[in-house]
Each structure stands twice: as C-alpha cells, then as structure tokens.
Design a protein. Structure first.
Length: 379
C-alpha cells in the first residue's frame, strides 16, 4: 500500500512520546513493505522532504507556527494527498487537526483516525464548557465529524471515542522498539558517565514531567530513601538537568531518543508513578499507552507502577514488577527498597518483562495491528 500518515503537530526527529510514536509507526509500516509518506511539522535545520529508514518525511509549515494553528496546514496536506494519490490515509488525532481526514473524505480516499487522547469531553472539561457557551458546540461537532468521515478508528480504550464510532474502532496498544531497547545495551561505562556509584541500584523515571506523570511522587520516595547510599535515582526528561534534589541521583533533562536505550539498560528498576488525580481526562479511563513501561520492560527492568488497568494487564504482580498505592510516596519507597534488596527477584522479573513485551507489546506488533485495519479499508 501507499500510505500517507498525517501528524502535522509532531516534529520528527523529536524528544516527546508523540514524536517517538510517529517515528516508530511510520518506519514500522515501512518495514512491513508499504510505501509510507509522513506529513509532520517543519523545524529549523530540517529538510522540507527527506527519505529516512524507508519513510518519506514531508515537513509542513504554516503561520503562525504554533500547533494550535495546525488547521492552517490544510492546503498543504490536501495538495500532498492529491499529488501522492495514496491507497489510504491515516491521521494522528489532535484537537486542532483534522486536515487529513477532511481532505481524504472530499477526495474519496479511505482514512483511519488514530486516537490517542479523548475525542469526547470528559467531566469537568474546560474545552467542553467553553464549547457549550456557543450553544452550537462547534468544537464537539467538528470532532464528531472527523469520527464519522474516517473509515475506521484505532484507540487504546473505547471510552475516549464517541459511542456512535465504537463499532468501527479497533483497540490497540503502543509498544517499544525491542531491537533498540534490550538488556544487552547495559554498560558499566554508561553507568560511570551517569555518575552511578559502583554497585548501586538505579531507580529510573523517564517522561515529560507533566504533573500526572508523578515526578513529585518519585522524588518524595527518593527523599525517604536518601539515607541509603546503595540507591541512585535517575530522572530523564523535564526542563532542567542537575543533581538530585535531596536524594542521591541526577536529573538528565531531555535527551535524544537515540540515547534512551543505553540509559534505560544502565538502570535496575523502572518507575511509572502515574498520579491520575492530576488529569481530569483520566476520569474516562487510563487511555495512555505507557511508552516508558514498555521500554523499561524491553530493557529487562522490573517495573513499579500503580494498580490500575491496563497497567495491571501489562505488568503482573511479582512477575514483571510490583504495584504501590497511587500518589503515596511512602509506599513507593517501600516497593523500591524491597526490590533493591532482592537482586534475584529483580533479575527474574526483568527476564519475564523482556519476554512479555517482545511477545505482546512491541512496535512491530502494534504496526501489525494497524496494517490489518489499513488493508481492510484501503481502496
């Protein structure tokens, strides 16, 4: 198939979960033998068109260059669609997007909407309240129009798409690049460069440092364990680099995606301390596909996270990791200390984690699911 993948608010290469998602999906579909073109955001120093790893990247510009004005990319996307004449279009859903789905509908091209965040208004949504002030609810009507015009949808849970569209929605999960993230990437040299004391157990947090990612819970647990010199706390992401704040460890700030496999493999326990109370949208259900968890597991790390589906389906208690009470730094400290004191248990859980993610939660498996939907709707 010739596939056009529209994700104009994402920069590739990039350092966010969204950019990683777009990169892995595009090159994963290309690896399965398809001709993949991806429309992404333009950036300084990047070519307007570039072929990389089997994918042709088309970098779209619009003014003003903020993603809130992504709708102004519509003429460029429509022209690209008309020129490429793809068999199918897929678009990564964004509140201010829709340029791919609407162009495909008008030109008679089958389309798939990739939904990774809520299309429906959650309870207490400020967007929903603002929309309601107009009486006609133009934002909701536009989002629902995209769902109607798309030939198919994919989403991590059904609750984030409108009820009328659920029959044509397939449930999928994200994954990890199991070729890049693997236990064999572990290096004592990397640990030394990171400042890890010899023999210390490294507890790792990676993410964008948004409140609902639970950095505050991780750091509370780290401070409770600050007296243990055999522990080292490593944080990847966020705006600042520096030493641990009241605990032995280090903040690396944002790092290129290409460096992440060696950093994760240099660690011993992966921490995913989500705090769902910090994000109202999660009242609809835990719709995140937890990229960090898959990468921890692929690297052979046991994972400590909260006992909430689908995390309880991905990580099984005492088989791939452990759980702690959500938002409770003291309980997270307990769980970290327990695994830190049990090297054989950590090793066994790490092996099980690697096996499970290779079998069920790889990007290759994700792209196989997407391919099935795309083939079904392609003209």
């Amino acid at each position: 198939m010739r596939v056009l993948y529209v994700a104009c608010d994402q920069a590739v290469p990039g350092r966010t979960g969204g950019s990683v998602h777009v990169l892995e999906v595009a090159r994963g579909l290309a690896a399965r033998g398809h001709e993949v073109h991806a429309a992404v955001s333009a950036g300084p120093g990047l070519a307007a068109r570039e072929e990389l790893e089997g994918v042709t990247w088309h970098r779209i510009r619009w003014r003003p260059p903020h993603r809130f004005f992504r709708f102004r990319a519509r003429p460029a996307v429509r022209a690209l669609l008309a020129w490429l004449k793809p068999d199918v279009l897929m678009e990564r859903y964004y509140n201010f997007g829709g340029e791919g789905i609407t162009a495909a509908s008008s030109l008679g091209v089958p389309s798939m909407l990739e939904v990774n965040s809520p299309v429906v208004d959650h309870p207490g949504s400020w967007k929903g309240a603002l929309d309601a002030l107009t009486v006609l609810r133009p934002m909701r009507r536009y989002r629902e129009r995209l769902c109607r015009e798309a030939s198919a949808l994919v989403a991590p849970i059904a609750e984030i798409v409108p009820a009328f569209a659920r029959e044509k929605t397939e449930i999928v999960t994200w994954g990890a690049n199991v070729e890049a993230f693997r236990p064999e990437r572990r290096s004592e040299g990397v640990r030394l460069d990171l400042g890890v004391p010899k023999g210390a157990v490294v507890a790792l947090f990676s993410g964008s440092f948004r409140p609902w990612h639970g950095v505050h819970v991780f750091e509370e647990a780290a401070r409770r364990l600050a007296g243990r010199r055999d522990l080292f706390f490593l944080l990847v992401g966020g705006p600042e680099a520096g030493e641990g704040r009241g605990y032995p460890g280090r903040r690396l700030g944002t790092v290129p995606y290409e460096r992440m496999p060696e950093i994760v493999a240099a660690s011993d326990i992966g921490i995913a301390p989500y705090d769902t109370s910090r994000l109202r949208q999660l009242r609809l259900g835990f719709y995140w596909s937890p990229l960090k968890v898959f990468e921890y597991m692929a690297s052979g790390l046991p994972t400590i996270t909260i006992p909430l589906a689908p995390l309880t389906e991905i990580v099984r208690e005492d088989r791939e990791g452990a759980f702690f009470r959500e938002g409770d730094g003291a309980d997270l400290a307990r769980a970290i200390a327990f695994l830190a004191d049990a090297p054989e248990r950590r090793a066994a859980q790490g092996r099980s984690a690697r096996e499970r993610v290779v079998e069920r939660y790889s990007w290759a498996r994700h792209c196989e699911q997407l391919e099935g939907v795309l083939l079904r709707i392609a003209r």
